[in-house]
Design a protein around this ligand. Structure first.
Ligand code: ATP
Ligand code: MG
Length: 335
């Protein structure tokens, strides 16, 4: 029997602290859904982080705490969301091996997310096999807990599509076992980077972090591109493709004032410093409470690790149940 519950699962790769892209793309939905779902899981995807950081385990280890802190600071509540570490659930690795048989190499190479990330990393044919197959491992992350609602950024949609192909094949070969999964993309499906790159990313060095100080926010905003032809205050400026306005559109609550500023900017007579200063204040208003709550959690790292340890125990129970079902379905339940 396939369960008919709303089970949410999300996660972050511990490759760095979390940024505004995570906040608008996924975290806001995580926090909202933990009240609405029947069950909610949050995973620190350390195994997935190792797929492109195999030579740098220190980085992955150090960031496990950081991503957990960021989520707690944003309001993820361990009483409502089971927070756990991927590598501590061996059933995920077991499921990955079984799912690998349902996926072809050609299909993996065609996955647009993997393709574009491989390009960013300059891998070519020398891609680590673990990296190429991470969508399969992601299917295991999602399905070990029979999750069916996945809040993600737009960049992850092709991965979710591949997960559903695995679900379909599994059910076809071994009988109805898993439910198809649904994605939930945030209000801002893909936040651009401070450098204008189409995605803000931890590994791309173009992020404003949820833990950034006022000075760091200011420096990053002051360095943003506006319109390269807007040199003097009186010059007419372009709003489209102007990163500062893109961010104001997303984060400034006063839409009318932003519209006025845009008109003024296009007409000429509005300096870049004015709009940048406004953006700094808007972002500070958003980030300050998160940063302050984070500082409280930072004082007790052992408590945060305990949250992960307790959550991992609960997640493991789910994993064992699912694994028993899977083994039975595949007829490898011998003893
Ligand atoms: P890395 O560069 O190491 O892959 P990342 O910044 O892409 O890091 P992930 O841990 O891979 O972060 O992603 C965690 C979640 O946040 C995913 O659901 C992803 O889709 C979402 N996300 C990441 N960056 C953005 C963004 N710029 N806009 C919207 N959502 C995002
Ligand atoms: Mg990513």
């Amino acid at each position: 029997m396939v369960k008919d519950e709303k089970i949410v699962l999300t996660g972050d790769r511990p490759t760095g602290k979390l940024h505004l892209g995570h906040f608008v793309g996924s975290i806001r939905n995580r926090v909202k859904l933990q009240d609405e779902a029947d069950k909610s899981f949050y995973m620190v995807a350390d195994i997935q982080a190792l797929t492109d950081n195999a030579q740098n385990p220190e980085k992955v280890r150090a960031n496990v705490l950081e991503v957990a802190l960021d989520n707690l600071a944003c309001g993820l509540d361990p009483k409502k969301t089971i927070m756990f570490i991927q590598s501590e659930i061996p059933e995920i690795a077991e499921l990955t091996v079984l799912f690998l048989n349902l996926v072809t190499l050609a299909r993996l190479k065609r996955n647009p997310t993997v393709k574009s990330e491989m390009k960013d990393k300059g891998y070519g044919e020398d891609v680590p096999a673990g990296f190429l197959t991470y969508p399969v491992s992601q299917a295991a992350d999602i399905l070990f807990a029979e999750s069916n609602l996945i809040p993600v950024g737009e960049d992850q949609l092709p991965v979710i599509e591949q997960v559903n192909e695995i679900v379909d094949d599994f059910n076809r070969f071994y009988g109805e076992t898993f439910k198809r999964v649904k994605h939930l993309v945030g209000d801002i499906p893909r936040l651009i980077g401070t450098d204008g790159n189409s995605k803000m990313g931890k590994s791309l060095n173009n992020g404003i972090y949820l833990s950034d100080s006022y000075d760091e926010i200011s420096k990053k905003v002051m360095n943003m591109y506006t319109d390269p032809n807007h040199i003097h205050v009186e010059d007419k400026g372009k709003v489209e493709g102007n990163i500062v306005f893109t961010y104001l559109d997303i984060f400034d609550e006063n839409k009318e004032e932003v519209l006025e500023l845009k008109k003024q900017y296009e007409k000429g007579g509005l300096g870049d410093v004015v709009i940048k200063k406004r953006l700094i204040e808007v972002l500070e208003k958003l980030i300050k409470p998160i940063r302050e709550k984070r500082k409280e959690f930072e004082k007790h790292p052992e408590e945060v690790m305990k949250i992960l340890e307790d959550g991992t125990k609960k997640a493991r129970e789910e994993a064992k149940k699912t694994m028993a079902k899977v083994k039975k379905a595949i007829k490898i339940d011998y003893f």
